[in-house]
Ligand binder design. Structure first.
Ligand code: PLP
Length: 398
C-alpha cells in the first residue's frame, strides 16, 4: 500500500454505515470488564499490548495513533508519550542503569543534553558527547559498558547530518542499542527502523500534529521484543497522552504528506534564494548542495523538514531585533512543524555547555532559525526581504 493511502486509512476502525469517518474521542480512566476473569487478566497486564483496559495504559485513540505512526515507521509497535522530550528521555532511560555508558551527539536537542547531564548522571549513567559527523569513527568511543548510541539527524539548530548506517553497524557489533530522534525528517522522509535503528522518536508536537496546538511524542520500535520493553517501561513510568490530543494528532497526521511536501518545497526554494543574499554567510540545510551533510542526506533521506538556520556575521542585538521584530508573517516563537512560519534567535553553544566547539557559535556568528509554514512562498520571500532592509538600515545606523 502506498504511503498516502496508509496516511488516510491507518489507525481507523473498519468503516460502518452510519458511523463517523474519524474515530470519536474515547475519554477514559476506568474501563469496565464484562467478567471477573477479564478484569483479573487486565490487572495482570495480560491485555496491555492489545486491549484498552485502563486510561493510563492507553485509549482507543492512543492505540489508533500508535498503529498509524507505527505503520509509517514500518516498526513492530509504537507508544505515545506526554511530550517529544518525554519520548527522548524515556526511550533512553528504558535501556540504561547504573554503571552504563551512553553516546550522545553534541548537536542533540538541548533539553535531552540537560537530561543526560543531570538526571542520568544522578542515576549513575555516564554520557560521552560525540561529534555528530564522526561516522564509523564512533567505534573508537564505544566502551564495554556502552548500552546506547543516540542519534539526531540533522541537529535541530546547526543541522549536522549523521551517518546512521555507520552508527548502527558499530553499535550493533558491540551490543549497543541505537535510538534516533527523527523529528526533522518525519517518518515520510527517513525511516530509521528500516535503516537498522532500534528505537525511533518523533516529537509529534511538530510535523505529525502539524498545527502548533498540542505537545506529544511517539516512540516506535524495530522488533516485537524492543516494542514490549518500551511499552512496559512507559506503562510503568505512567507515560500517556490524552485521548483528545491523540485524536488531534491523528487528525493532523491525515494531512502530513501534503503539508510536508508543500513546506519542504517552500523551504528549499527559500533556502536557495537565501544562499544568494549578500547578508547571509551560510544556509544550514542538508537538502542544499552546498551543505556539508548533503551527500549523506541524498544517500539516505528522500525529503527535508521545513526547518533551517541562517548564519550571519556576528551582529549587534539591536540589528537582529530590528529584522525579527518587524516580520509580518514569521512569528517569533519556539518549536516548528506547524502550518505557520516561525523565527527564532539561536545560541547553539549555550544549550548546555557544549564540549565540542560547534562550527558556528555565539562568538563567531549570529544564528537565526526559520521554520517554514504553509503560507505563499512569495509572500514569505517578501517578508524576509523587508527584514533584510531593516537589518541593513540598523547596521548602517550602528
Ligand atoms: C529535535 C527535537 N526533538 C524533541 C523535541 C521535544 O519535543 P516537545 O517540544 O514535544 O517536548 C524538540 C522540541 O523542540 C525537538 O526540536
Amino acid at each position: 500500500m502506498k504511503e498516502s493511502t496508509i496516511i488516510a486509512h491507518a489507525g481507523r476502525a473498519p468503516l460502518r454505515v452510519g458511523g463517523p469517518v474519524n474515530m470519536p474521542v474515547h475519554r477514559a480512566s476506568t474501563i469496565v470488564s464484562p467478567t471477573l476473569e477479564e478484569f483479573e487478566a487486565n490487572e495482570r497486564g495480560d491485555n496491555m499490548f492489545r486491549n484498552v483496559c485502563y486510561g493510563a495504559l492507553g485509549t482507543e485513540n492512543s492505540f489508533a495513533l500508535c498503529d498509524a505512526v507505527n505503520q509509517l515507521e514500518q516498526g513492530a509497535g509504537a507508544v505515545v508519550t506526554s511530550s517529544g522530550l518525554a519520548a527522548c528521555t524515556q526511550s533512553l532511560l528504558c535501556f540504561v542503569g547504573a554503571g552504563d555508558h551512553v553516546l550522545m551527539p553534541d548537536s542533540v536537542y538541548g533539553p535531552q543534553r540537560m537530561f543526560c547531564d543531570t538526571i542520568l548522571r544522578r542515576c549513575g549513567v555516564e554520557t560521552t558527547f560525540y561529534d555528530p559527523r564522526i561516522g564509523s569513527g564512533i567505534e573508537t568511543l564505544i566502551k564495554a559498558n556502552t548500552r546506547v548510541v543516540y542519534a539526531e539527524a540533522p541537529g535541530s539548530l546547526t543541522f549536522e547530518m549523521q551517518d546512521i548506517p555507520a552508527l548502527v553497524s558499530a553499535a550493533h557489533a558491540n551490543g549497543a542499542v541505537v535510538i534516533m530522534d527523527n523529528t526533522w525528517a518525519s517518518p515520510l522522509y527517513f525511516k530509521p527502523l528500516v535503516h537498522g535503528v532500534d528505537i525511533c522518536i518523533e516529537a509529534a508536537t511538530k510535523f505529525i500534529a502539524g498545527h502548533s496546538d498540542l505537545v506529544m511524542g511517539v516512540i516506535a520500535a524495530r522488533t516485537p521484543e524492543l516494542y514490549k520493553q518500551v511499552r512496559a517501561f512507559c506503562v510503568q513510568m505512567g507515560e500517556i497522552a490524552s485521548a483528545d490530543d491523540c485524536y488531534m494528532a491523528l487528525r493532523g497526521l491525515r494531512t502530513l504528506k501534503v503539508r510536508m511536501e508543500a513546506q519542504y518545497a517552500s523551504a528549499l526554494e527559500l533556502a536557495r534564494w537565501l544562499e544568494r543574499r549578500p547578508e547571509v554567510k551560510q544556509v544550514l540545510y542538508p537538502p542544499l548542495e552546498s551543505d556539508p551533510g548533503h551527500e549523506l542526506w541524498k544517500r539516505d533521506f528522500c525529503g527535508g523538514g521545513a526547518l533551517f538556520s541562517l548564519v550571519f556575521e556576528k551582529m549587534p542585538r539591536k540589528a537582529v531585533a530590528a529584522m525579527m521584530d518587524g516580520y509580518r508573517l514569521f512569528s517569533i516563537g519556539a518549536s516548528w512543524g506547524g502550518y505557520d512560519s516561525l523565527v527564532e534567535l539561536c545560541h547553539p553553544d549555550r544549550t548546555a555547555l557544549k564540549r565540542i566547539p560547534p562550527v558556528w557559535n555565539g562568538d563567531n556568528c549570529t544564528l537565526v532559525r526559520y521554520a517554514i509554514g504553509l503560507e505563499d512562498v512569495d509572500d514569505l520571500k517578501r517578508d524576509l526581504e523587508e527584514g533584510f532592509d531593516r537589518l541593513n538600515a540598523a547596521l548602517a545606523a550602528s
